[in-house]
Design a protein around this ligand. Structure first.
Ligand code: SF4
Length: 346
């Protein structure tokens, strides 16, 4: 087995360390970053502005580490769900969602998830491991449609704030001038509201934030999103009030509408109170019945009425389209439990 370390996923600082240990001058880190992140080199051999000796030194302990998808399913609506390898016997899913004016890539940050949200297939899979920064970045790097990606959302498998070092490194690679130089305004990272991670993310990144809300009431939210017990929604919103949001940097609240459960006038009133004065948008999503999940489906009339109720209270609420339903690529449906060892490690 090849035990050499992957270069993909290293930031400029990491590449400087690698270069120093291989005896390369400090400027070589930028050259390697250029090959990795702008030219998408598949091997160290391709890095022809490094000397033959430097390439030999680097290759002794390193490989590029890019990995193509090992499987794909395509939906009738054009959404594709790719499977990417994530270490021994493990894999993650990545959703490619093309639209006429944009192409959105939804990446995973963990193999499985610890958060156990009631409505989510990934949560039911349990947690099998962290993705490295390279494992996160590779879902973009090795995507066949890479050059059509205009937006990235970190909303696939896993809770990004529970793997924050790797997430921040992958964001640095995507946005830094020595990396892909994408605008952070085209990237959104989701969270159930792990406050310490969320606070650090807001300080160390400029990307948008999406918080899973789903109900403003504590007990109800604790049933849907168990992380509520450690980080209540009132504390999450209080923390968000300490950070500036507006047109440049946005905060979204994700709200799956379970008809009859979390879409009543009482919910509208409490949401208006909770979010009063926060510059935000609410993304309303439909829930489609999943075997064994004791939650009601979204009825079309109810999601529209809920949206109207929120807007009447001055909140901005948008109904999101469901994409990739027939291949289980829609929100909350990603799971690789059937493709790998079912035994969780944590
Ligand atoms: S919704 Fe997100 S945080 Fe919750 S279990 Fe699923 S992947 Fe984890």
């Amino acid at each position: 087995m090849d035990e050499r370390r992957a270069l993909l996923g290293l930031t400029l600082d990491g590449l400087r360390e690698v270069g120093a240990s291989a005896g390369l001058p400090s400027y070589a880190a930028k050259q390697i970053a250029d090959w990795l992140y702008r030219k998408h080199a598949a091997s160290i051999e391709e890095m022809t502005n490094l000397s033959v000796r430097a390439r030999a030194h680097l290759s002794a302990a390193h490989v590029v580490g890019a990995a193509p998808p090992s499987g794909v399913q395509e939906s009738a609506d054009g959404t594709r769900k790719y499977v990417f390898p994530a270490g021994a016997d493990r894999c993650v899913e990545t959703a490619w969602i093309p639209e006429p004016s944009r192409g959105t890539l939804c990446v995973s940050t963990q193999v499985g998830c610890k958060m156990n949200c009631l409505f989510c297939m990934t949560g039911r899979q349990g947690f099998q491991g962290q993705l490295s920064a390279g494992g996160i970045y590779n879902q973009y790097r090795s995507l066949p449609e890479r050059d059509r990606v205009t937006n990235l959302v970190f909303m696939g498998m896993g809770e990004p704030m529970d793997n924050l070092d790797a997430v921040l490194d992958s964001l640095a690679i995507l946005t830094a001038p020595w990396g892909r130089a994408m605008s952070p305004r085209r990237i959104t990272v989701s969270t159930v509201g792990l406050i310490p991670g969320m606070t650090r993310f807001l300080k160390e990144s400029e990307c948008h934030l999406a918080v899973s809300l789903h109900t403003p009431f504590d007990e109800e939210r604790a049933r849907l999103v168990p992380a509520q017990k450690a980080y209540p929604i009132a504390d999450i919103v209080a923390e968000l009030r300490r950070h500036p949001f507006g047109l440049q940097r946005r905060v979204f609240f994700e709200y799956i509408v379970f008809t009859g459960l979390n879409d009543t006038p009482r919910h509208v009133r409490e949401l208006a109170r909770l979010l009063n004065g926060v510059q935000c948008r609410i993304n309303l999503m439909r829930f489609h019945a999943v075997d064994g999940v004791p939650l009601p489906e979204t009825r079309e009339a109810s999601i529209e009425a809920f949206q109207a109720g929120l807007e009447a209270r001055g909140l901005i609420a948008t109904i999101r389209k469901s994409r990739g339903l027939d291949i289980a690529a829609a929100c909350g449906l990603l799971s690789t439990a059937a493709r790998q060892s079912p035994s969780p490690t944590a």
